[in-house]
Design a protein around this ligand. Structure first.
Ligand SMILES: Nc1ncnc2c1ncn2[C@@H]1O[C@H](COP(=O)(O)OP(=O)(O)OP(=O)(O)O)[C@@H](O)[C@H]1O
Length: 237
């Protein structure tokens, strides 16, 4: 589903945001991308949804060589993806239903498709009873569920989430990450989550890619947020 081969990103100011990154993600995997602020997590996700291009190396997503996509093909490529951000990004003057339907309208979906898919995806994220609410009438966790519904309504092969729990309390964050795990299990959607949130990473014990100063320093198939620290803690006891 995802392959990075010798990928580096150097922004115009000259600091390498990513250096010589190699990894593959199989279809249906759930992967956390972790590391301190400035480690390169967001840059990595931007490469995957083609908001950045590598300075060097190749990025392949869902069989498409993203690094060589022509600008006019980018919107079609992005239809294969769902992307969720920390700040939800909902349209404030549209209802829950309209926010989700909007994602289908922009790709030219017909009325019957919208009427069928929007309620189904709202049901999946646990918001079937709130289609007429506006974003300001919802909690942060509910708003993030709407954003996830909007990302999923096109039935993407890959769901990318950049700090999806960054604005949420621990209990709500646990609900959001459980929802992402449920989507991964039920739909087989490949999920990549960039996060600082130790609790959500430790909760799921999935594959962890850890970045530090733009380098991939750990690839753990069933990892915790920080293996080294946990081992040191255990040894200290
Ligand atoms: N548009 C940009 N122009 C120049 N430098 C940038 C740009 N975006 C990011 N950087 C730099 O690239 C490095 C990696 O940034 P990135 O945002 O990918 O890290 P991150 O791990 O997502 O951090 P955070 O967790 O704080 O969001 C940092 O040194 C950052 O300052």
């Amino acid at each position: 589903m995802i392959e990075l081969r010798n990928v580096s990103v150097i922004y115009p100011e000259g600091v390498p945001a990513l250096s010589h990154i190699n990894f593959c993600v199989k279809r249906g995997e759930f992967v956390f991308v972790v590391g301190p602020s400035g480690a390169g997590k967001s840059t990595l996700l931007k490469l995957l949804y083609r908001a950045e291009v590598p300075t060097q190396g190749e990025v392949t997503v869902d069989g498409i060589c993203v690094s060589r996509l022509r600008p006019r093909d980018i919107p079609f490529f992005r239809r294969r993806l769902g992307v969720v951000f920390q700040d939800f990004g909902l349209l404030p003057d549209r209802t829950v239903y309209e926010n989700v339907a909007f994602a289908l309208r922009v790709i030219g979906a017909g009325r019957s498709q919208i009427r069928q898919r929007v309620p189904a995806v709202l049901e999946m994220v646990g918001l079937a009873s709130r289609p007429d609410a506006f974003p300001h009438q919802l909690s942060g966790g509910e708003q993030q569920r709407v954003a996830i519904a909007r990302a999923l309504v096109n039935e993407p092969h890959l769901l990318l989430a950049d700090e999806p729990t960054g604005n949420l309390d621990p209990e709500t964050s646990a609900g959001i990450v459980d929802l992402l795990a449920y989507i991964n299990a039920q739909k087989g959607t490949t999920v990549v989550v960039a996060t600082h949130d130790v609790a959500i990473v430790n909760r799921l014990q999935r594959r962890v890619l850890e970045f530090s100063d733009g380098r991939l320093v750990r690839d753990d198939s069933q990892g915790a947020y920080a293996t080294v620290v946990m081992r040191e803690d255990n040894e200290a006891r």
